[in-house]
Design a protein around this ligand. Structure first.
Ligand SMILES: [Fe+2]
Ligand SMILES: [Fe+2]
Length: 260
């Protein structure tokens, strides 16, 4: 089996030039003079913090090796750091994060919880797949916020990208690659097929009113589909590395089709 470093990384330079926003920057609550901006940044932060506190679900499945247990400990530490960072950002904006956290973790409707978190985590393979595919989405979404006009969120997103998009996702891929080497390729294919469409959905729709508003205010600096495309490119390299069968339509999510 080739090492991933042997694979050619597809160039994404066509996007690289267009992502400085030139928008006004907001450093603290007192800088925010537009109530619509405030509503938009709070909406996105609410989705983000709900996802962070849903990560506790990874603990539902008992790790099968001591190494896995240690990895889970590191991950839970990272997720707590992400959650606490967002709590601070929300408090600085005058919002109590506690009701949002409780709703995300224990609420009946779990209104802001993404579909991928509603897929039952039955086995270590499921955990591996949500980590490999879903946590990579979480990390790549943070690329859109690296240039965020609300500076504390931009700073937060740099660490989130590294933790989710690289460390957590790669750990999930390692777990599944080892499972394939141990003869469980069918099971890995099954969980990849299960999670792939939900992971695509995590990026959000194309050209929705919310997305356009985030881009207008410089809260996000990349569109959902630009990030989705980069995610697809890197995930398809993983499929080849792992010898998995690719989805029949790589743009087909559970909720929508995202092809341009
Ligand atoms: Fe996280
Ligand atoms: Fe994570």
């Amino acid at each position: 089996m080739n090492k991933p470093s042997d694979l050619t990384i597809s160039p994404v330079t066509k996007y690289a030039a267009s992502h400085s926003t030139g928008k006004k920057l907001y450093w603290t609550l007192s800088d925010i003079d537009d109530p619509d901006y405030m509503k938009a940044i709070l909406r996105l932060l609410t989705v983000q913090i709900s996802s962070e506190y849903n990560s506790y679900q990874l603990q539902q499945v008992q790790p099968v090796t001591p190494h896995e247990l240690i990895e889970l400990g590191y991950t839970m530490r990272d997720e707590a750091t992400h959650g606490i960072g967002l709590c601070r950002i929300l408090r600085d904006l005058g919002v109590d994060p506690e009701p949002i956290r409780r709703e995300a973790m224990f609420g009946e409707k779990r209104g802001n919880v993404l579909g991928i978190f509603k897929v039952p985590l039955d086995t270590p393979y499921h955990v591996g797949a949500i980590r490999w595919l879903g946590e990579r989405v979480g990390g790549y979404q943070s690329i859109a916020v690296h240039g965020c006009s609300y500076v504390p969120y931009a700073v937060w997103s740099a660490k989130n990208y590294l933790d989710e998009g690289r460390t957590h996702s790669m750990h999930g891929r390692d777990v599944l690659t080892t499972a394939i080497e141990q003869g469980h390729k069918d099971m890995v294919q099954q969980v990849a097929d299960l999670y792939y469409p939900h992971a695509l959905d995590m990026f959000g729709g194309n050209g929705t009113p919310n997305e356009l508003e985030y881009l207008k205010y410089g809260i996000k600096t990349w569109s959902n589909n630009e990030l989705r495309r980069i995610w697809i490119e890197t995930v398809m390299e993983d499929y080849e590395f792992m010898g998995l069968r690719k989805p029949a339509d790589i743009w087909q999510g559970d909720r929508a089709h995202y092809g341009e």
